[in-house]
Design a protein around this ligand. Structure first.
Ligand code: MG
Length: 217
């Protein structure tokens, strides 16, 4: 990438460093740069599945603010199986003291408020498969980082990927070729997408894969 590249702001880098989540800085920067590169020929919002506490939304939300383009982040906020006990990733700070249940929504809102990105990020709370039925128009980019179990991952791929516009992006997190490095489902959907013949890989950064749908014929 050349010197004309837009920099992710320092104040958001500092906020990202304090935000709960699982998005290394280099991968977040890649999300930001690839979202920024979406051209005007590609229609629709940027969609993220799996908001958690808003770490990756800092990168995609800032890109959306600059473009400008709608950015919508989707999560039920009750924790995917990887986020709940007995998982090593379970964070007891995210238990609602009143209900005793997992709830990452208030932390997400706080992150977006601190980032001054609230007006550029639309937060949707619910199951991604049900929300998919409400979205009939193309989307410009899909970032899949929701539940990493087989059913959740394949559902997110199958309900959403066909909505990606020509030239749009499919970004998948936690893709590990070696099973010793992480779970299989994100790698499986990545492999499947690559075999469809309609996507070309344009970047690999850590466990992030960025695929582009073939541009409009
Ligand atoms: Mg992830």
């Amino acid at each position: 990438m050349g010197p004309a590249m837009t920099q992710f702001p320092q104040r958001l880098k500092e906020l990202a460093a304090k935000t709960k989540g699982f998005m290394p800085e280099a991968e977040g920067e890649a999300l930001f740069q690839h979202a920024l590169a979406i051209t005007d020929e590609v229609s629709g919002p940027i969609i993220e599945i799996g908001s958690y506490c808003g770490l990756s939304a800092l990168y995609l939300g800032e890109a959306a603010r600059i473009l400008p383009r709608q950015f919508v982040t989707i999560d039920h906020h009750r924790g995917s199986e990887e986020m709940l006990p007995p998982s090593e990733y379970f964070d007891p700070d995210l238990i609602d003291p009143i209900s005793g249940r997992f709830d990452s929504l208030s932390t997400l809102r706080r992150t977006l408020e601190l980032a001054e990105l609230e007006e550029y990020v639309t937060v949707i709370v619910g199951e991604s498969t049900r929300i998919a039925g409400l979205v009939k128009d193309p989307i410009s980019a899909l970032f899949i980082d929701g539940g990493h179990g087989s059913l959740a991952t394949w559902n997110d791929f199958s309900y959403w990927s066909e909505k990606i516009d020509y030239g749009g992006l499919l970004m998948i997190h936690d893709v590990f070729a070696d099973p010793n490095d992480g779970g299989r489902p994100p790698f499986e959907i990545y492999t499947y997408a690559m075999h469809l013949g309609d996507f070309t890989e344009i970047a690999q950064v850590g466990s992030l894969r960025v695929l582009q749908r073939t541009p409009r014929p």
